[in-house]
Design a protein around this ligand. Structure first.
Ligand code: R7I
Ligand code: MG
Ligand code: MG
Length: 365
């Protein structure tokens, strides 16, 4: 059955939210794998929630910032760097307790005091001028993919770089944001999981062509591992987690999230008929990776939501999360804007010579 693009939009938004809210339960509590029984217990509690009386699972900075990108786009009908910087900063000062990264708060402070005059300057001054390599640009990237769903891939990469550089100027930080944006973007277009991996590999070759680094910490190395590990047994998850990483640095978490998505799809395709709990499996595997669980789960689940569409996300997971209705609504509004612009301009912008999203693909490769 064809998956509608609008459902991919809402699926990506809800996926990001659910991964964040439920993954946050374990954030930084396990250096290595989270025991499966703990995850099953969490999901059991989620399934048995009393929606009248129980508190919902709260979202963290990941969703707080993703929401601001989305809201800014809905208001201004474009991704405007200054406006987004302003939104990030005021969101932080309104709710500073959402679990933000240790250093990025200095950026918000400087953005506020400078009135965002140069919205990129504070980020460029982080870590004595080398910029943050944290995963903060990746964790909030999915709305960029939605806002740019009708643009050409090259243009989306440029837009993603700009949004990343508002807080992260280290190449690994920026490229993490670009990678996550493009994974969601290609999923929204209806690409198969294999096509997504191939496109990600080509993308990192290009992104890192001028990036020199003495260690194995490059996206190119990580994606080579991802490709190998997709075919490895899940019994080796310990080793996979160690090799790919699960911490707050972008290069140790963005490829890990992509792996979780790809691995679950790869295994699911062996089953006939295709299992119905793919989204839940991705959620579980991405939490299982431990370390920065809210962020890894949020990124993996937003790709999965875009890939499978909203219908594939179980209602009990949606209902458990703070602000789910509003987040879904944002996906709808973003779709309306993007779709209206595309209809009005008839995609006449030569830069956005985008192939129509594939209409016939399902989650099956
Ligand atoms: O990247 P960022 O927004 O943090 C996102 C993470 C996610 O897990 C969220 O869920 C939340 O928990 O935080 O925030 P930054 O402060 O830019 O980066 C996060 C951390 O990465 C910093 O506090 C540093 O510990 C580390 N880090 C660096 N350390 C040394 N040198 C990032 N860049 C550097 C660096 O260049
Ligand atoms: Mg967080
Ligand atoms: Mg996190």
């Amino acid at each position: 059955m064809a998956i509608r693009m609008v459902d991919r939009f809402t699926g990506a938004m809800l996926g990001g939210l659910i991964g964040d809210c439920l993954g946050a339960t374990f954030e930084m509590r396990y250096e290595n794998l989270v025991p499966m029984r703990k995850i099953d217990k969490l999901l059991g509690e989620v399934a048995n929630m009393d929606h009248e009386t129980d508190d919902k699972y709260q979202y963290t900075d990941d969703t707080a910032m993703a929401r601001q990108i989305s809201l800014s786009f809905i208001e201004h009908k474009k991704l405007d760097s200054k406006e987004i910087a302003r939104s990030f900063s005021s969101e932080y000062f309104a709710e500073p307790w959402r679990g933000y990264g240790g250093s990025v708060v200095e950026v918000f402070d400087k953005l506020r005091s400078s009135k965002c005059e140069d919205p990129f300057k504070p980020a460029s001054e982080q870590f004595e001028g080398s910029g943050s390599y944290g995963n903060g640009a990746g964790m909030r990237a999915h709305p960029i993919a939605l806002a740019c769903a009708k643009y050409s891939p090259d243009r989306v990469v440029e837009e993603a770089k700009l949004v990343a550089k508002l807080t992260h100027s280290h190449p690994l930080g920026v490229h993490g944001g670009v990678l996550q944006t493009m994974a969601v973007y290609h999923a929204v277009q209806g690409d198969t999981s294999r096509e997504i991996l191939e496109k990600m590999k080509m993308l990192v070759d290009d992104l890192e062509k001028d990036y020199k680094c003495d260690t194995a910490s490059t996206y190119k190395n990580k994606l080579e591992l991802v490709e190998q590990f997709v075919y490895k047994s899940e019994d080796d998850l310990d080793e996979i987690c160690f090799e790919l990483g699960n911490d707050v640095s972008a290069v140790d978490s963005v490829p890990t999230a992509l792996f979780c998505f790809l691995k679950v799809i790869h295994e699911a395709k062996k089953e006939d008929p295709l299992p119905e709990d793919i989204f839940e499996r991705v959620l579980k595997m991405s939490i299982r990776m431990g370390g920065d669980t809210d962020t890894i789960a949020s990124m993996a689940c937003s790709i999965t939501g875009a890939y499978l569409g909203k219908q594939a996300i179980p209602t009990f997971l949606v209902q458990a999360c703070e602000n789910a209705e509003q987040v879904e609504e944002m996906g709808l509004k973003m779709f309306e804007i993007v779709d209206n612009v595309a209809k009005r301009t008839n995609i006449s912008d030569p830069d956005s010579s985008e192939p129509e999203a594939k209409k016939t693909k399902t989650s099956d490769d």
